[in-house]
Design a protein around this ligand. Structure first.
Ligand code: DGT
Ligand code: CA
Ligand code: CA
Length: 574
């Protein structure tokens, strides 16, 4: 868990430094924060094995930050961070989580109104105190109130991307127990929903007491809500809850079906059972008093005249009707992706040079990787201009010829993520875009325009013959901001007409397109691509979340262009 705690400390330091308008340093701390939060290995382990040297070797971590990591591992604190917290005792992470509030605004809110947290901010906004501040105004005050409202709606839910690695740790620990005969995660985690309320586990065991004792004393348990023979609940470090239920072996399938949900799917399934003269509950399927199925999920569904349904589909969005007719989609599998087309490199401020990204992509088992750095409009992201893009092309050519000489079939594609400006034009000249293997275009500014304007803006970009892919098409950020206002049906129509591919961005806070929009795109015959938008090689593993979202949206291999080998994938681009 230190990875996340340290990451938080460094991003807070970055924010404090930004408030003081210190140049360059904030980016260094942000980069370190990102590196730590995406590391797949615990920092303690890295330090234990290789000392401060190994810590310094993490890309994105320099010497002075490595020293602070060492200080934290030894003392549990970073003095530099404590110094700032004392100087300005505010809930900085909480405040900047509000869409539209940056560190300098936080500084002024504290300076003029002594605002330390969201609650105080909300009160000040409601009483009209914000609009009176220099550089704020009535519009900002209104936006702040709207953002707080949005934030409250997602309170108490966690990103799948934050939770899943922890769930896997717990699962592994439980699997090591020989008393456990069967084990599965259930609930929204099993359905891979984008946000998670709590984690549900099911086990079959002859020794429930031992299993429950083990469960409530897992490392990371901070509170025990309840402990019994059939169910225990705990709070984990990080603030989320985990339920563990022990069920009889003969009921395992029906219990798993019940506790996987969703509730809406279950209600519908139960109605189907009743129609067929059965009773379905978490203990089994019953004909009168006689239990007729329950050991496996498959037999439960089959008895009801349904084929087994992938958990990601269980949202009562037509999957039961499809299962009845034997017409469920054959959704894309977790190993079907052959390359990631949205990776940022050191060229635009990402953590890794291209050759490291290539190595990591090869380890993922990919056949190709696409480098698509930001272009010049995004100065804070060190966006590349025409000249730099062409230079980058030369480096990619060199890497490709080296790969070829080594007898490797792996290929690096040269793309970019251009910005769609206010009028729908791009921030890079078409003569240069033409030279790239592919072009992604995305909105990174001016989110609050009318639906008509935003739709026209994206449509104009899609009509550019050089634009192959639209990145994160709806702009939502989970727990932060809603989609921007767009006419998605019109976007789909033009995407289809122009053969523009829509991205499913795998970043845990984006997952954009979301499941519902994926399904709409599929139904409209629009092709999609699952990308990570990684700024660090450890983020390549986020692809799992994008695939999960695609599966929840009923996407099949044929709907996703990067399930294809390179020549075929390239043919699907403009
Ligand atoms: P979450 O935790 O909010 O992310 O969502 P879930 O789906 O994990 O919901 P949770 O943890 O409350 O319950 C786990 C599953 O148990 C849920 O997906 C379906 C089932 N379940 C819970 N309450 C009910 C209920 O009142 N009726 C029915 N039919 N099923 C329920
Ligand atoms: Ca749950
Ligand atoms: Ca639960």
């Amino acid at each position: 868990m230190s990875n996340q705690e340290l990451s938080k400390i460094f991003s807070e330091i970055a924010l404090y430094l930004e408030m003081e308008e210190v140049p360059f340093k904030p980016q260094a701390y942000e980069k370190a924060a990102m590196a730590l939060s995406s590391l797949s290995e615990e920092i303690e382990e890295i330090y234990k094995k290789g000392g401060i040297r190994a810590v310094e070797n993490i890309s994105g971590v320099g010497k002075s930050i490595a020293e602070k990591i060492e200080e934290y591992l030894k003392t549990g604190k970073v003095k530099y961070h404590e110094h700032y917290k004392k100087k300005m005792p505010i809930k900085i992470g909480e405040l900047v989580a509000i869409e539209g509030i940056g560190p300098k605004m936080v500084r002024d809110l504290y300076k003029f109104l002594k605002i330390k947290n969201i609650k105080e901010l909300e009160k000040a906004a409601k009483t009209g105190k914000i609009r009176a501040l220099p550089n704020f105004g009535e519009k900002t005050e209104q936006n702040i109130l709207e953002s707080i409202k949005f934030l409250k709606r997602s309170e108490g839910r966690f990103l799948l991307g934050e939770i899943l690695p922890r769930v896997k740790e717990i699962e592994e620990a439980l699997r090591s127990l020989k008393e456990i005969e069967e084990l599965s995660v259930a609930g929204s985690v099993r359905r891979k929903k984008e946000t998670i309320g709590d984690v549900d586990f099911l086990v079959v065991t002859k020794k429930p007491k031992e299993v429950m004792d083990f469960f409530i004393s897992l490392p990371g348990v901070v509170k025990i809500w309840g402990k019994g023979i059939t169910k225990s609940s705990v709070r984990m470090r990080g603030g989320f809850d985990v339920d563990l239920r022990a069920v009889p072996k003969k009921s395992y399938g029906s219990a798993l079906q019940y506790f996987t949900g969703s509730k809406e799917h279950n209600i519908q399934t139960r109605l189907i059972a009743i129609e067929k003269g059965f009773k379905l509950n978490e203990y089994g399927v019953f004909k009168g008093k006689k239990m007729v199925a329950g050991h496996s999920e498959k037999e439960v569904y089959e008895l009801l005249g349904l084929s087994w349904i992938e958990p990601e589909l269980r949202e009562n969005r037509g999957e039961l009707e499809a299962a009845k007719k034997g017409k469920l989609p054959k959704i894309i599998g977790y190993n079907d992706i052959k390359g990631d087309l949205h990776c940022h490199s050191k060229w635009d401020g990402g953590a890794n040079p291209i050759k490291e990204i290539v190595g990591a992509a090869q380890k993922m088992g990919y056949e190709y990787i696409g480098i698509s750095d930001h272009t010049k409009f995004l100065r804070i992201e060190h966006g590349l201009d025409e000249k730099k893009l062409l230079l980058q092309g030369k480096e990619i050519e060199r890497i490709n010829s080296r790969l070829k000489n080594q007898g490797s079939k792996f290929q690096v594609l040269h793309g970019c993520e251009a910005n769609i400006l206010e009028d729908g034009k791009l921030d890079i000249k078409d003569e240069v875009l033409e030279k790239l293997d592919y072009v992604i275009a995305g909105i990174h500014s001016l989110f609050k325009i009318t639906e008509y304007q935003m739709t026209e803006r994206i449509i104009r970009a899609m009509k550019n013959p050089n634009v192959d892919i639209i990145s994160h098409p709806t702009g939502r950020i989970l727990k932060r901001r809603d989609e921007y206002k767009i006419d998605f049906d019109r976007i789909l129509k033009v995407a289809k007409e122009t053969s523009t591919v829509l991205e499913i961005n795998s970043c845990p806070e984006r997952l954009d397109l979301n499941d519902i929009n994926v399904k709409k795109a599929k139904e409209a015959g629009v092709k999609m691509v699952i990308n990570t938008d990684s700024h660090h090689i450890d983020q390549l593993r986020f692809i799992e979340f994008g695939i999960a979202q695609a599966r929840r949206g009923w996407a099949e291999k044929k709907d996703i262009i990067n399930t294809n080998s390179l020549p075929k994938m390239l043919k699907l681009l403009k």
